[in-house]
Design a protein around this ligand. Structure first.
Ligand code: HDE
Length: 686
């Protein structure tokens, strides 16, 4: 009997209604009329007999499934992982076996707190989940864009999430941490401090999903053919560099384009401008792990790149948008417990809890233990076992072999799958890092009690401007907290990160500086690390960036064409914006805009240029959308290109000349940067 036919992959069913296809019911019955229900007379009642109507409405009524309890809003794409540096010395994982080997992937990015229909640019951690369909099973690296997590032990996860989600009685705020319950929890749980400072930094307002790092967060282990284990952390580095928004820009984007990140990912893939990341491993030798003043099993801590450098092992390219959002993105199920031979867990107590949670949640979200048969979740290698039945079973196993051991083969029947070939062996040593397997206890390693050394290291590693953003972000969030004792407690706790931070936030809020809280364990001095700063690693490039060019009737076409082709030559994309979208007369021909001014505010661009005649500027000076276009671009520290005609609009908006406000001739060189030095001129930072 053909074993593959008995137990192979769930097939992909593509249901397409095309011009040449007859419309049918779900049971294949051809439908004669999709416009009118069946009635007793044209003014008569609808008949219960109408199975076409009933089936259609029945199906519609049940189209939604429960959204993810966290990470509900997400966007995903298909692609591949290519090994660029084989590591058979470290792992037998087949995807790392040889240079050039490609493994299909499905990658989903998400916000954490908001619902599925919430916005793309709140201040929030972003999920970065990758499913590798390896030839020895699926490996899911379910990470975030921040390398640390708020809590150390899975038992605190429901509390953390309850506190950050909309408040239980009032149902708001949606997709925001700026409220009482989150800060109440945070202030009582100093282990959150390291992730908090990351989450209050510009990391939490990424410019694009294509411009975020990703991290596996936990320490994992690679296991080689000799059974030797090596601790590693996984890092994704975006080819386009890491870029963030400024807070005012991200807040305004929530009105201008709810789908800012999803649209950007879709458009990039449609344009063939495929998002790409490098995957690196950070190898943490046992000696290093033992010498560090914190535990590598503590997910609230990083291991600085200066201590354990990154070794690039591959790249991921996302080159295909899902055919159907629900079937693939919504129904995708990622499980940290999905590992393959050569990759294994560590005793990180947060990771250990995740190994249970993700399997469990799929039953309530996808409704069946057979969620692994949904095409996006099914392995692309054959799978075979004795698990049977359950709701929505779509496979048809043949034969009697649904138990093991059996001797059916002795009677010439198929006996079912056996354990042969490469198998997953759990790494057995449980005495690493000084662990003493002992009596049952509810206890953490002592070093887990150091809550402040790393957030202080993060603070000291930032530029002055980034520090101002962190202090302002905490000030903003606490300004939304209505319980004074919570605000005070946060300020007393964050003083342990750095006295400056506490002072600046107290000052920004206009409250007295409370006494610093007593740390559970005195912090140690850690050397600052440049890798922790976005601005120190900023990549001046137009690749993947979008430029808006404002024009109107009578503008000079040659100037617009040149600006457009120069930006595109540097890898950027251009959107033409005008007060009207229809084709209009311009000097040298006709031109149609891609977007109307009122619906294409400058927040959706990385840099803007204007090609306008003086008489058009006179009109635009009375248009609030035009003034906001210019003033916001300036306030969001973007390059602004202008011609002699449009300069008047800048003056009208009180835009002061600086390095980023340039003539159109110099625009392309200026457009790849943000002008941080301008910030003190446009807002009062804490
Ligand atoms: Fe998750 N997390 N998580 N998480 N998580 C989920 O699983 C959970 C944690 C992360 O695009 C849920 O299928 C527990 C850390 C991502 O579908 C749920 C704990 C990290 C995604 C769940 C954590 C993450 C999730 C909700 C503490 C970064 C979205 C739906 C022990 C390393 C995956 C689902 C996607 C999703 C539980 C902590 C990242 C409920 C119990 C740490 C990227 O099972």
């Amino acid at each position: 009997m053909d074993k593959k036919a008995q137990t192979g992959n769930a097939g992909e069913t593509h249901q397409r209604a095309g011009d040449d296809q007859q419309l049918t019911t779900n049971h294949g019955v051809p439908v004669s009329d999709n416009q009118n229900s069946l009635k007793a007379g044209s003014n008569g009642p609808t008949l219960l007999e109408d199975f076409v109507l009933r089936e259609k409405i029945f199906h519609f009524d049940h189209e939604r499934i429960p959204e993810r309890i966290v990470h509900a809003r997400g966007s995903a794409a298909h692609g591949y992982f290519e090994c660029t540096d084989a590591i058979p010395d470290l792992s037998i994982a087949s995807l790392f076996a040889e240079k050039g080997k490609r493994t299909p992937v499905f990658t989903r990015f998400s916000t954490v707190a908001g619902g599925a229909g919430s916005v793309d640019t709140p201040r929030d951690v972003r999920g970065f989940a990758v499913k590798f369909y390896t030839d020895e099973g699926n490996w899911d690296l379910v990470g975030n864009n921040i390398p640390v997590f708020f809590i150390q032990d899975a038992i605190k996860f429901p509390d953390l999430i309850h506190s950050v989600k909309m408040e239980a009685d009032r149902g708001y705020p949606q997709a925001a941490s700026a409220h009482d319950t989150f800060w109440d929890f945070i202030s009582l749980m100093p282990e959150t401090m390291n992730t908090l400072i990351w989450a209050m930094s510009d990391r939490a307002i990424p410019r694009s999903l294509r411009m975020m790092q990703g991290f596996g967060v936990h320490t994992f282990r690679l296991v080689n053919a000799e059974g030797k284990s090596t601790f590693v952390k996984f890092h994704w580095t975006p080819k386009l560099g890491v870029q963030s928004l400024v807070w005012d820009e991200s807040a305004k984007l929530q009105g201008a384009d709810n789908d800012f990140h999803r649209r950007d990912l879709f458009e990039a893939i449609e344009a063939g401008d495929y998002p790409e990341w490098e995957l690196a491993i950070q190898i943490i030798s046992d000696e290093l792990a033992e010498s560090l003043p914190y535990s590598v099993l503590d997910a609230t801590k990083i291991v600085p790149e200066e201590d354990a450098p990154l070794r690039v092992v591959g790249r991921m390219v996302l080159d295909r948008w899902p055919d159907n959002f629900f079937a693939e993105t919504e129904q995708s199920a990622f499980l940290p417990s999905n590992v393959v031979p050569g990759i294994d867990f560590t005793n990180d107590p947060l990771l250990q809890g995740r190994l249970f949670s993700y399997l469990d949640t799929q039953k309530s979200r996808l409704g069946t233990t057979n969620f692994h048969q949904i095409p996006v979740n099914a392995p692309k290698c054959p799978f075979a076992n004795m698990q049977r039945d359950g709701m929505m079973q779509t496979m048809i196993p043949k034969g009697r072999a649904n138990y093991e051991p059996n001797s059916l083969d002795e009677a010439g029947e198929d006996a079912g799958p056996r354990e042969t070939g490469t198998v997953f062996h759990t790494y057995e040593d449980n005495t690493e890092l000084g662990n003493e397997p002992s009596e049952k206890l509810r206890k953490r390693d002592e070093t887990f009690g150091d809550h402040y050394s790393q957030p202080r290291q993060f603070w000291l590693s930032q530029t002055d401007n980034e520090r101002a953003h962190i202090a302002s972000a905490i000030t903003f969030e606490l300004s939304k907290v209505s319980l004074p004792h919570v605000r005070d407690r946060v300020v007393s706790v964050i003083q342990n990160i750095h006295p400056d931070l506490g002072r600046r936030v107290a000052d920004g809020l206009g409250i007295d500086l409370p006494k610093a809280a007593k740390p559970f364990r005195e912090p140690v001095e850690l050397a600052p690390s440049d890798a922790l700063s976005i601005q120190k690693n900023w990549k001046d490039t137009l690749e993947g960036r979008k430029v808006g060019i404002l024009f109107a009737e009578g503008s000079d076409k040659a100037t617009i064409d040149k600006l457009k082709s120069d930006v595109e030559a540097k890898g950027g994309s251009v959107m033409l914006v005008a007060p009207k979208v229809g084709e209009m007369e311009v000097k040298g021909g006709t031109l149609a805009a891609d977007g109307q001014l009122a619906g294409s505010p400058s927040v959706i661009f990385d840099a803007v240029a204007m090609v306008l005649m003086p008489e058009q500027v006179e009109k635009l000076k009375k248009d609030a959308a035009a003034k906001a276009w210019v003033s916001d671009a300036y306030a969001h520290l973007k390059a602004i290109g202008h011609c002699p005609g449009s300069k008047e609009l800048l003056d009208h908006c009180h835009i002061e000349a600086d390095e980023g406000v340039v003539k159109n001739e110099d625009f392309v060189a200026a457009a790849s940067k943000r002008y941080w030095d301008r910030e003190p001129k446009v807002r009062d930072l804490a």
